[in-house]
Design a protein around this ligand. Structure first.
Ligand code: IDP
Ligand code: MG
Length: 153
């Protein structure tokens, strides 16, 4: 099954929304393949947000992402990258659709609750950046037959 990568950002930790956010993914039927808490540093953030280093808001974003430890996770499921991006919603929480995580839990463009990989290619790069192979677990949810039809597994 496809894997994607998420970060529960300091906004989620600070606002005690970890359970609410993880519940969205679990209720959907995604499997948690790996999860841990870590502190991000400037080096890893410059890699992770390489597409944004020249933007004026980058110093503020850096500071925000290092404000507390974060929770990083690998979610697995059919078309997991696209499914998780859809559940995440638009970057700016104020315009993110109601029902999405950002639409339901935030008010900010920067303090927007979670990161989610935007393509299958980037998901693989991000999983490898944040997780060792032995931190990712290959197991099956006992409910898998209720989540997927046989030809979807
Ligand atoms: P994404 O998280 O929806 O994929 P990206 O464009 O990849 O959005 O931006 C990464 C992160 O940088 C966003 O989630 C948000 O925290 C922050 N960010 C993006 N654009 C802005 C902005 O215009 N002002 C402040 N922060 C921004
Ligand atoms: Mg992005």
């Amino acid at each position: 099954m496809e894997q994607t990568f998420i970060i529960l950002k300091p906004s989620t930790i600070s606002r005690s929304l970890v359970g609410d956010v993880l519940m969205r993914f679990q209720r959907k039927g995604l499997r948690i393949a790996g999860i841990k808490m870590m502190r991000l540093n400037e080096e890893i953030l410059r890699e992770h947000y390489a597409h944004l280093v020249d933007r004026p808001f980058f110093p503020t974003l850096l500071k925000s992402m290092m404000a507390t430890p974060v929770i990083v996770a690998v979610l697995a499921g059919k078309e997991a990258v696209a499914v998780v991006r859809a559940l995440t919603g638009a970057t700016n929480c104020r315009v993110a659709a109601p029902g999405t995580i950002r639409g339901d839990f935030g008010m900010s463009g920067q303090e927007n609750i979670i990161h989610a990989s935007d393509s299958v290619e980037n998901a693989a790069i991000e999983v490898a950046r944040f997780f060792k192979p032995e931190e990712i677990f290959d197991y099956e949810l006992p409910t898998v037959a209720s989540i997927y039809a046989p030809d979807e597994r």
